[in-house]
Design a protein around this ligand. Structure first.
Ligand code: GAP
Length: 449
């Protein structure tokens, strides 16, 4: 089978190229496109949902299942409204906004150096007739029950961690956990972002994977360092390039008022260094506030010393969608091939790739045995079968989809019971016995423990 040779390789420079690949291949596209879309909301297609599920499974395995000291939960999206009073979101979770008196549009008060949408060539928003800044709460609200009175207002959670604090006492008891231990969950969060932008980077509906680790006040620094190291290792294991990853401590004026220490894990996107995860020392703020607002004591008593105290919290909070976006940006490459051809390849970690292998018979005449191989693999792996078009074009489609292995069933396979396995990044080919293919692909697509 003809081998391929690659030359120069270019990373992603323009987000538009990724947006277009994602729509073309079914990773991600605007929500409700048939109605013109809705700003800040995105749908994951057949490949995107697999990538996202693989990422969530890797996180859950690493953070929850592999550790005896972490418990998982899946809480309701809507919590008792007092939750958000206790957390400070009702009072403080807002951005200062200004309204334009001419066009009635609303802008963030700190982002008025943009062209005015009414007259973009003539003036900036700051030169329009603007109202004084007013605070605009970013929580999305709804009504629970039949009445729409003020008393029935509830909020879609703006972060997944607060229900963890609500459930702290119950989970500690049912799981018979002693400090230090943590509670984790993955789920949707909603923020009425004024300016959703950069594809899914800032959305109005997104997923978070959060873990709250409860410890004695004397151990908070030790656990902060532990979680910072764990989470940095996780991002490296995802295959994000070392020169695109860094951690950045928050400056004192960036720290939330209850936060003693915070570090962001940042990724270098085409639009600059941006946060994908935060590791925060939240102190005893959350449990103390929920104790105060609920009237329930959320403190713990040390069984040996009988000391009663409110545990300190070290939080790790990663955006699932932002990490997916970082993986797609990181994986995207345009490569020059021989004879002036180019290929776009999505170099995702094989454990995260939506499809693990594509089964490609060299000719439609070989469809039957190739289908049989696809059926065998499909019982344990997400695989794709394709017998349409020339083999080069089929490889290109799989390169864009990020499929780590293309398995070609050819006329020799009929005699030697072997197939050609082509590796996505190197495009190297090797012959593998048909009955060894399943184990081969499984072994090569595992996530490190
Ligand atoms: N509980 C702490 C917390 O929610 P955050 O820094 O506001 O902290 C944590 O959010 C992570 O959630 C961020 O690092 C980011 O990955 C993700 N995130 C926050 N707002 C987002 C948005 N509008 N769109 C997509 N992801 C978002």
């Amino acid at each position: 089978m003809a081998s391929e040779q690659s030359g120069q390789s270019r990373p992603l420079e323009r987000m538009e190229d990724l947006v277009s690949l994602c729509a073309r291949r079914g990773y991600l596209f605007g929500s409700s496109e048939i109605y013109g879309g809705i700003n800040g909301f995105w749908d994951y297609g057949p490949l995107g949902v697999e990538l996202k599920n693989n990422l969530k499974a890797a996180w859950w395995q690493r953070v929850v299942r592999a550790r005896p000291d972490i418990e998982g939960i899946d809480s309701a999206i809507i919590a008792h409204p007092r939750t958000w009073e206790a957390s400070g979101h009702v009072e403080h979770f807002s951005d200062p906004m200004v309204d334009c008196r001419t066009c009635n549009r609303r802008f963030r008060a700190d982002q008025t150096d943009l062209p005015c949408p009414e007259a973009p060539k003539q003036r900036e928003v700051s030169e329009c007739e603007l109202t004084d800044p007013r605070n605009f709460n970013l929580m999305l609200s709804t009504h629970v029950g039949a009445s729409e009175e003020a008393g029935s207002v509830a909020y879609l959670r703006p972060e997944t961690c607060q229900p963890i604090f609500n459930d702290f006492k119950r989970v500690r008891e049912v799981a018979r956990q002693k400090l230090p231990f943590g509670i984790a969950q993955i789920g949707k969060a909603f923020r009425n972002e004024i300016n959703p932008r950069n594809f899914t980077f800032r959305s109005r509906e997104f997923e978070q994977a959060e873990m709250e680790f409860f410890c004695h006040p004397s151990e908070r620094e030790k656990w902060f360092d532990h979680w910072l190291e764990e989470r940095t290792r996780f991002h490296a294991d995802l295959g994000l390039d070392a020169d695109r990853l860094r951690t950045r401590p928050h400056a004192p004026d960036e720290l939330a008022h209850y936060c003693q220490n915070a570090r962001d894990v940042e990724f270098h996107f085409p639009f600059g260094w941006q946060e994908i995860e935060g590791i925060h020392d939240r102190g005893d703020w959350d449990l103390s506030r929920h104790s105060e607002f609920s009237g329930k004591d959320l403190g713990v008593t040390d069984p040996d010393t009988k000391e009663h105290f409110v545990p300190m919290v070290i939080e790790t909070s990663v955006g699932v969608d932002r990490t997916c976006l970082a993986l797609l940006v990181n994986g995207y490459r345009e490569e020059a091939l021989e004879a002036g051809e180019t290929r776009t390849v999505m170099r995702l970690h094989p454990a995260l790739a939506p499809l693990k292998a594509a089964i490609l018979p060299l000719s439609k005449k070989l469809a039957e045995p190739a289908q049989a191989l696809a059926t065998e693999l499909r019982a344990q792996l997400n695989v794709f079968y394709d017998d349409a078009g020339n083999i080069g074009r089929r490889y290109r489609r799989q390169d864009e989809a990020g499929t780590p292995f293309c398995i070609t069933y050819d006329f020799d396979s009929e005699n030697d019971s072997k197939v050609t396995v082509r590796e996505r990044d190197s495009m190297a080919q090797e012959r593998i016995a048909l009955d060894a293919v399943l184990d081969y692909v499984k072994r090569k697509t595992e996530f490190p423990g």
